[in-house]
Design a protein around this ligand. Structure first.
Ligand code: SAM
Length: 234
């Protein structure tokens, strides 16, 4: 059995009762950084567990090792460093292979940064488009340009994506430039969600360059772009 377990994105209090129960009873935990997950288990007083590291570039040998255990009847939990496994995190390869090989799976849902950001944004979120991290080179410019026309039929959708501290200023500046003919369009930047310095910076495309320079360059970021004024929310 493979349990896919979401863990907090910064605030230990967001761990769920089911996550604790599953991490307590499983035989081992597939994780990204064994130090991060070891620390989580320690903070939750869950004692020692076998931690099996798995990341984007883990080789076939590691995957085969994990699936041998699962086929031998082990109950493994899949977690990532923070949030929901598979959401801009490794895990997809494990879950898709489990599905293909008929390994029973269950999900233990919990925090994901983009959902927390959207729900606190004040933007219309019945429809949204999650883009993960924007590409660094190939396709980046075209994707950002496409935000100008982004629609879902006659309705609008909010765009949401992740950004790192190293690129936040550059990305916001590029968006301000690409969408400058839509100056009233709202932009919300969520920083350090669920942590001590959580903040929502609310601005518009017109004010974005200034905000890009001013925003505190620390921590983790989610960027959201609201609808063009010409479109109605659903
Ligand atoms: N699996 C995670 C999830 O469910 O949200 C996402 C992991 S991804 C590797 C890390 C990115 O998520 C960060 O660079 C940041 O953009 C976003 N993120 C994670 N935690 C965050 C937080 N507490 N506040 C704001 N953004 C966060």
């Amino acid at each position: 059995m493979l349990s896919i377990v979401s863990t907090p994105i910064g605030n230990l209090g967001d761990i769920t009762l089911r996550a604790i129960a599953t991490l307590t009873k499983c035989d081992g935990v597939i994780c990204e950084d064994t130090r991060v997950t070891g620390n989580l288990l320690k903070q939750l007083n869950l004692g020692k567990k076998e931690l099996i590291s798995f990341h984007g570039n883990s080789d076939e040998g590691k995957t085969a090792f994990i699936f041998r255990k699962l086929k031998d009847g082990a109950h493994l939990a899949l977690v990532t460093d923070a949030g929901t496994p598979g959401i801009s995190d490794p895990g997809f390869a494990i879950v898709s292979r489990a599905a293909a090989e008929g390994i029973p799976t269950e999900v233990i849902p919990g925090p994901a940064a983009f959902l927390a950001a959207l729900s606190g944004s004040g933007l219309p979120i019945n429809r949204f488009m999650y883009l993960g991290f924007l590409p660094l080179k190939k396709g980046r410019r075209a994707l950002i340009e496409s935000f100008r026309e982004d629609t879902d039929g006659e309705f609008s959708r909010t765009i949401v994506f992740y950004e790192s501290v190293h690129r936040i200023e550059r990305t916001l500046t590029e968006i301000a430039e690409a969408l400058k003919d839509q100056p009233a369009r709202p932009v919300v930047i969520a920083r350090e969600l669920t942590k001590v310095h959580e903040e929502f910076v609310r601005t518009t495309i017109g004010g974005l360059k200034e905000e890009a320079a001013r925003i505190v360059k620390k921590g983790e970021f989610v960027v959201m772009i609201g609808r063009p004024a010409t479109l109605k929310p659903l």
